[in-house]
Structure formats: structure tokens, C-alpha cells
Design a protein around this ligand. Structure first.
Ligand code: GLA
Length: 716
């Protein structure tokens, strides 16, 4: 989805303070954790939905153009402009003007790296204020190096002082070098006069706007910030990225703040323990650890395989996979939890599955998916796995295992696949286990963002971060009813996928008068084919053809005027499934649920918590009554949490057991937890600590490099 903002990246300077490093290579191409500095910036922009960027190049610009090309490999559209004389940032921005059109534009210094999730925050903040310009801020003790920024309590910028003499500033904020500008800023850029150095500078244009009482706002960055001016800065940024990769967002701070990473995360000690255990078992340290989080879906249940949106969050429970590559193609995997037996298999073109329901099939699914996708996997790996996502609880422990396995095998073979491409590929790969699942779980595990839910659209895959409300938390509660989607819930899940496919066939017939020969590969095609029509309007034509009750296949075939066995064959309906297809109510759920996702996204962006709660409750009722995926224990949980003050509560994930998610104001959290403990868990002699938890939305999966000096030495 396009954020409606284009980026202008200023990458013309040589970066002379980098010394010999930039003798033959322009600074934006210097490697930071194995990727050019500029690539980190582009990837961060992409996760914020910014797909179009103009790169202003200068020193050795041809190398930059050759490296990134038109940007297609990164899922971006890139164009270039050349700035041959160093006449200032405003002049550089002017070069990009034609491409920026009349849109808002994000300007970033090409050597300022920030935590990737911050680009989305900037875009969100800009939209919320609808400001004339938004500046990013960095907290410093003394902003003598950059521009000191003074702000009022509403985050309005009241003053910007370029390079104040050291020790004279009385604000803790300096300009972090990333701006979002409304088109009005062009007027100020065009009117600029030269500075004392004869240059034309963007901050001066902003200063003039402030003097003109324009609405200039500021947003403080969270997490790390680094402007890479010297080799030491590069090392600092390297550490920051390693920490984010290792522990998720918000743990590292840039050089200017002076603070070091204050890691409190439980995952850090899990990683250390896992590494120690691997070392003990295999006589050598693992080369790296892959981390893939589980997820909680906020809204949009059973919409993903229908090509309709979902709104999940990655959580702070994860699969950790310590690994070393092997010289042969064997994969040997063991789990620190002795309930999961060791496994060993060889990577080949056709990997034989283990008995249905076996955890090892998820590792095999990843290997088979990569091989089938044409990835050369010459090396196997030795794996030791530690997971703390409860299995069969609807929190996607299985997809996290697939994601961790795929990242591990890629890394062990020095292969890379862009995360978006991987998120598109892995759902197909996971079908190896026999469930016809959609693509939500893999996408959120890979692409999740700290403090955000992710709106995910499918076919093609598109993600858009949605900020979570301050002052509220999400509580997950386990119903203690296991619903392993490759196990007992498999048939019930697959049946619903088929019922939705049958709904497509009936709709094709019902819409034939308006659109002859229409083909719906999923219900989501309705959005593309009829963009102006609300989804729930497609319900009536189906209800006019079928009664709202479970029907035998022969009855559906008669309505469609096709042979029953032919219909079974076309839709690959296994004879093992019950001959009972509840098409009308399934359709009612899916159409209304997709609409609720749209409404929930708006509610979140507008901080309308009451509406969000109502939508969560409505989703639950629809899951219970129309999709028939609830159970008495889930009902008990949602009623308990609502009764104790939750704003909204619903089952999450595939259903048939698993967990609920409740939206709770911070000051009601303890009431809700107490209600769960006394009303549900103690009565079942279950340990509440193990069954319910408050979580923070976390960043998606990644590789944690373990080389001793990896965190401090720039990669090359
Ligand atoms: C499971 C599947 C997902 C999705 C959910 C229900 O988690 O793996 O693809 O269909 O159920 O929303």
C-alpha cells in the first residue's frame, strides 16, 4: 500500500571524514551489517509503505545507480538525480521536485540511519497532525553538532537554531535529519537565499516556515539514531542494528544519546542459554541463531485464505533456532523440550513427510518449499530449538517454526530471499503439512513491527503498520483446549476453506447477469472487481439461492447445475470431510469480518478505542455463530474478561480452542488478570502464569549473528 509519500534521499556527498573507506566507494554503499547503508534506509522506507524514492547522487553516483538500479529487487521504484556541485540540501531537494509532484515528501540525509520502524511512525505522525512539515528529533545532552530544536507541549517547533555554540543550548533535542514536508514547503525552498557559505539549506527553509507561523511539528525518534560521519559512527550503527536484529526494536540508542543498549529482554537470556546448550551438545558454538515470533490476530479471522485483509501483531514469544551449517545435506534437529523427539533428514528434491502432526514436518516444509522454489540448498544444518509459544494455542507456533527454519537454511547456504518474497512463498510451503492455511502467520512472523499491528493484504501481499493505542494493553488467555491446526482441527479448518470456495462458485452464478464469465479465485476478488461496492452487499444474492443451513454437496451441485462428483473433483474435496457445507453463514462471516478489519484500522488510526472494542466483540460473535469456531471454554474466557472491564474480547487464530485476546485499559489490567486467574485457571488447577499474559507487539523474525566481534566490526 502506498503511504502517499515519496522519499528524497540525499546521497551526493563523499563523506571525507570516512577516510580511505570512501576512496573508491561512495559512503551510501559502505556496508552496515552486510548491506549498504542506503539499503537499510530503503528497506525501512518500504516497511512504512513508501515505495517511490528519488536518490540525489553525486560522488561516484554511477556506482549507486548500478547497485540499486530501478529498485525492483527491493520492491521499490527508484529514480536518480545528479547534484554536481555541493550547493546545499535545499538545492538537492529541488532536483527531485518533478518526481515528487504535488505529494508530501520525506527527505532523509543518505547517511542517517534510524530504527526501521521509525519511518512508519513518522508517516503516521505526519498524517495525524496534517502538518506543513514534520521534523524528526533526537535526544542529546547538547545539540551543538546539529540544529537545536525547541518545541512546545503540542510538539510544535518554535525555534530551530543551526549549530548553536557548544553548551549554549537549553533544549535536549536536535534535528535528526529526516523531514516530512507538505507541498507548501516548495514555496519556502524556492524563496531561499544563500547561507553564509553560499549554500541553500533545507533547515533554513523550515526556519522561515516557523517564522511564518506555519504548522511545523516534531516527533522524537525511538530506538537508535546514527548519522554516519566517521568509521566509528559506522561501528556504532552496526551495533545498533545487531541489537535490533537480536532483541527487536527500542533497545538500542544512537551515539548522540550516549546511552548503551539497555537490554532487559527475556529473549537475550534464552539465546545465551540456547547457545551454551548447543555448545555443550555439539562441542562448538552455533554460528547463528534464528528468531521467529508467534502472533496474535487482533482482527480478520479466516479472511486470509479468502484474499481479504487481517490485522495481527507479532508477539514477544518466539521460536529460537541455534544453528551451524553442515558439509553434507543433512538436517539434524533437536528441541530443548524433551517432548519433541529429535529428527534427521536429508535435503532433496522430494522430502518425505513424517507422520501427520509431527513437529518435524514444519522444518521439512521450509526445506521443501525453498528447494521447490529453486533455492540451491547445498548445506544442511545442525539445529537446536527452543520455543516459548505454547503449541496448539492459536498463537502460530508452527508457522514461527517454518519461518525460523527457512531463515536458518537460507543463512546456512549464504542465500537470501527478500522478506516480502519469503512471506509470499512460505504459506505455500507450509501446505506440506496438509492444512490449507492462508498467509497471515508467516507474514506477521517475518514482517511484524514493534508497537504496531500490521494490516496485511494478500494476492499480492502488502503490509501497512498500524500504531497501537497508548494506555491500553492486550491480554492473551489460553482456553487450555488444544487446537493444533495440523492435528485435530485440520479437517474443520479445511472444510471452511472449501465452504468459502463453494461460496465463490455460487457468487459467480449470482453475479453472472452483471458480469458474465466472472471468475472468483477467492472472495477477495470481489474487492478488485467491484471496488465501489461494500463487501456485505454480496451476501443477499447468495442467500437468495441457498438456505442458511448446512447442505449436502449434492444440493449445492444442483444449485450450480453441475455434477456432484465433478464439483468434488474441481475443488479437491476429500471424501473424509463430512457431507455438510454451511456456505451462507460462512460467507456472512467473511464479508463482515473483512469490513471490520477496515473499520478497525481506521479506529486505531483515530485512537477510537471504544469502536475497536465493539469490532472485536462483533468479530467474536461472528466467529462463534457464523463461522462456528468457538467452544465453551473460549466463551467463558471472553465473558470473564469483558465482565472484568476489557473493552473488547475475542478468540484469536483458527479457533476450535486456543486463545482469546482482550483489549484492556492499563488501569484495568490487574482486574482482568485476577478475574481470569480466579474464574478460570485456579478452578482448573492450571498455573495462571503459564496460561495468560500481557504482551508487547514486537519486530518480525531475523538472524542473530553470534561472532564475537560482529557487533563492533563493520562487515565487508
Ligand atoms: C490459522 C491459519 C491462518 C489463518 C487463521 C485464521 O492460524 O494458519 O492462515 O487462516 O488460522 O484466521
Amino acid at each position: 500500500m502506498n503511504a502517499g509519500v515519496i522519499a528524497v534521499l540525499l546521497a551526493a556527498g563523499r563523506g571525507t571524514r570516512m577516510g580511505a573507506l570512501t576512496d573508491t566507494m561512495p559512503k551510501p554503499l559502505l556496508p552496515l551489517q552486510g548491506r549498504p547503508i542506503l539499503e537499510h534506509i530503503l528497506l525501512g522506507l518500504r516497511t512504512a509503505g513508501i515505495h517511490k524514492a528519488v536518490i540525489v547522487v553525486g560522488y561516484r553516483g554511477d556506482q549507486i545507480e548500478r547497485y540499486f538500479g530501478d529498485g525492483a529487487a527491493l520492491g521499490m521504484r527508484l529514480t536518480y538525480r545528479r547534484q554536481s556541485i555541493a550547493d546545499g540540501t535545499a538545492r538537492a531537494v529541488q532536483l527531485a521536485r518533478a518526481a515528487a509532484d504535488d505529494q508530501p515528501f520525506l527527505v532523509s540525509w543518505g547517511d542517517v540511519v534510524i530504527e526501521p520502524s521509525q519511518y512508519a511512525r513518522l508517516v503516521d505522525t505526519y498524517r495525524r497532525h496534517n502538518a506543513d512539515a514534520l521534523l524528526s528529533l533526537n535526544r542529546v545532552e547538547d545539540p551543538w553538532r546539529g540544529a537545536a530544536v525547541y518545541i512546545d507541549p503540542d510538539d510544535r517547533v518554535t525555534q530551530l537554531i543551526e549549530k548553536p555554540p557548544r553548551g549554549t543550548s537549553s533544549t535536549p533535542w536536535n534535528n535528526a535529519g529526516i523531514f516530512i514536508c507538505a507541498p507548501i514547503v516548495w514555496r519556502y525552498i524556492d524563496a531561499l537565499g544563500p547561507s553564509e557559505r553560499g549554500e541553500y539549506e533545507l533547515p533554513q527553509a523550515i526556519t522561515n516556515m516557523i517564522e511564518d507561523k506555519r504548522d511545523v511539528r516534531a516527533m522524537a525518534l525511538d530506538g537508535f539514531w546514527s548519522d554516519i560521519g566517521t568509521p566509528e559512527d559506522l561501528a556504532v550503527a552496526q551495533t545498533a542494528y545487531t541489537l535490533v536484529e537480536r532483541f527487536g526494536s527500542g533497545v538500542g540508542r544512537g551515539r548522540s544519546s550516549g546511552a548503551d543498549a539497555s537490554v532487559t529482554n527475556h529473549e537475550a537470556s534464552r539465546i545465551e542459554e540456547l547457545v551454551a546448550r548447543f555448545t555443550q551438545q555439539h562441542g562448538q558454538r552455533p554460528e547463528f541463531v534464528a528468531r521467529a515470533p508467534g502472533r496474535v490476530n487482533l482482527l480478520g479471522e479466516h479472511t486470509d485464505y479468502n484474499g481479504l485483509p487481517v490485522l495481527p501483531m507479532a508477539i514477544d514469544r518466539s521460536v529460537l533456532m541455534a544453528a551451524s551449517r553442515r558439509r553434507d545435506r543433512l538436517v539434524t534437529a533437536s528441541n530443548v523440550d524433551p517432548r519433541f523427539a529429535d529428527c534427521c533428514f536429508e535435503i532433496s528434491d522430494q522430502i518425505t513427510a513424517d507422520v501427520a502432526g509431527s513437529w518435524t514436518n514444519y522444518v521439512k516444509a521450509a526445506a521443501q518449499g525453498l528447494v521447490g522454489n529453486g533455492t540451491a540448498l547445498k548445506s544442511g544444518a545442525t539445529l537446536l530449538i527452543d520455543g516459548n509459544i505454547p503449541a496448539g494455542a492459536g498463537l502460530s507456533s508452527s508457522s514461527a517454526l517454518v519461518v525460523a527454519s527457512a531463515l536458518t537454511l537460507l543463512r546456512a547456504n549464504d542465500a537470501t530471499i527478500d522478506k516480502m518474497a519469503l512471506a509470499e512463498m512460505l504459506p505455500r510451503a507450509e501446505r506440506y503439512v496438509g492444512t490449507l492455511s492462508g498467509g497471515m502467520d508467516q507474514a506477521i512472523s517475518l514482517l511484524g513491527q514493534a508497537d504496531h499491528a500490521l494490516r496485511i493484504d494478500f494476492f499480492p501481499l502488502n503490509v501497512r503498520p498500524v500504531p497501537l493505542p497508548a494506555g491500553y494493553g492486550f491480554i492473551v488467555a489460553d482456553s487450555l483446549v488444544q487446537a493444533e491446526k495440523a492435528g485435530i482441527a485440520k479437517d474443520a479448518y479445511n472444510l471452511r476453506v472449501i465452504e468459502c470456495q463453494l461460496a465463490c462458485r455460487v457468487l459467480e452464478q449470482a453475479l453472472a447477469d452483471e458480469r458474465p464469465k466472472i471468475h472468483l479465485s477467492t472472495l477477495g476478488d470481489l474487492v478488485r472487481l467491484f471496488p465501489d461496492r461494500p463487501l456485505p452487499s454480496f451476501f443477499a444474492p447468495v442467500l437468495a439461492r441457498l438456505p442458511d443451513e448446512p447442505l449436502p454437496l449434492a444440493r449445492v451441485a444442483a444449485v450450480l447445475a453441475v455434477d456432484t462428483e465433478e464439483l468434488r473433483r474441481i475443488l479437491a474435496i476429500p471424501t473424509s470431510l463430512p457431507d455438510s457445507f454451511a456456505i451462507v453463514r460462512r460467507l456472512r462471516h467473511v464479508l463482515s469480518e473483512a469490513q471490520r478489519v477496515n473499520q478497525a484500522e481506521t479506529a486505531l488510526r483515530e485512537n477510537d478505542i471504544a469502536t475497536l472494542g465493539t469490532l472485536m466483540n462483533a468479530s467474536h460473535f461472528s466467529c462463534r455463530d457464523d463461522y462456528e469456531i468457538s467452544c465453551p471454554e473460549l466463551e467463558e474466557l471472553v465473558e470473564l474478561t469483558r465482565g472484568a472491564g476489557a473493552v473488547g474480547a475475542r478468540l484469536t487464530g483458527a479457533g476450535f480452542g486456543g486463545c482469546t485476546v482482550s483489549l484492556v485499559a492499563d488501569d484495568r489490567v490487574s482486574d482482568v488478570l485476577a478475574a481470569l486467574d480466579h474464574g478460570f485457571y485456579t478452578r482448573r488447577s492450571a498455573d495462571p502464569q503459564a496460561c495468560r499474559f500481557l504482551f508487547k507487539a514486537r519486530a518480525g523474525a531475523g538472524i542473530v549473528e553470534l561472532t564475537e566481534d560482529a557487533a563492533t566490526t563493520p562487515a565487508d
